[in-house]
Write a protein that binds this ligand. Sequence first.
Ligand code: UD1
Length: 339
Amino acid sequence: MKVLVTGGAGYIGSHTTVELLEQGHEVVVIDNLSNSSHSVLDRIKEITGKSPSFFEFDLCDEEKVFNFFESEKNIDAIIHFAAFKAVGESVENPLKYYRNNLSSLVNILNATKNYPSLKSFVFSSSCTVYGQPDILPVTENSLVKPAESPYGYTKQVGEEILKSVSLQSNFPIISLRYFNPIGAHHSALIGELPNGIPNNLVPFITQTAIGKREILSVFGNNYNTPDGSCIRDFIHVVDLAKAHVVSIERSIKKQNKSNYEVFNIGTGVGYSVLQLINTFIETTGVKFNYKIVERRAGDVEKIYAETTLANTELGWKAELNLAQMLLSAWNWEKYLGKN
Ligand code: UD1
């Protein structure tokens, strides 16, 4: 298959590009490198021995998107990752998020309306669409709650756009609702590259453990959970990447049950922030400082996935455990420290 991966130099995109290349697929990457770098593409080559074709431009540029699909023929599948993802920044600058995350999606869909070879479209959605679910684990039929942030709203609206487009499109569309992706490729050559101070838990931990940050703040220990800290469904980014490969294979084999489908992509197991910290220390043998501070606005108390639908329909299951996720994240941080 020839697969277009937008945002293919980013965190999840680069791991998915590796999985696709290793399965023998041809990959075309579009990325504006706003939150990644060209060296990621070199490292994808180092891992796989193959290079994806690379186009550097912004998907908000409608003309460039149209020209791309005019010149690049025979794409079988699109995996659309390219988007901004910092929750706090989206609250401060909502229009930046609406413009970037929504207009890029609309531009691609517009340009591929009559694109003959396209057989599959996969969208990066998020468990953020559920807000704080009333019942756990959360299923794909759980209520979509009012978004807590403009970032979350772009995922909800993105899904709605795709649902309506799927009524007319010749290709099936799948939204994957990711839980909390962490970890890095086992080669330690690619991983998450946060810009500045990390917002997310695991990059903050690894940066503190290596000495780039002084102390980790744990946001709250008075939640209604066994140890008082929030609970999340952490999933290894390589397992998540594999879910994309099986999703496009499903569409190529025409196995979709409808033209628009949604799957939760998590492990089905919830771990608390404090459990994760302890697992990191036990697994790596590296201690670091942390302190309990106030709750962070907008955080949900606990969420983890019901994954039966992905297990049965996609034939996909997360394989790597929390210790493996954290060890790979640590190896990646050490690699960054040396390079
Ligand atoms: C958030 C988004 C999610 C998005 C993901 C990746 C929401 C509600 N969630 O997930 O949609 O896909 O980021 O960008 O919009 N924590 C600390 N200290 C820290 C950092 C985090 O204690 O320094 C805690 C948080 O309070 C939370 C947990 O760790 O309980 C996970 O936080 P984080 O890694 O930021 O992910 P989410 O907020 O779950």
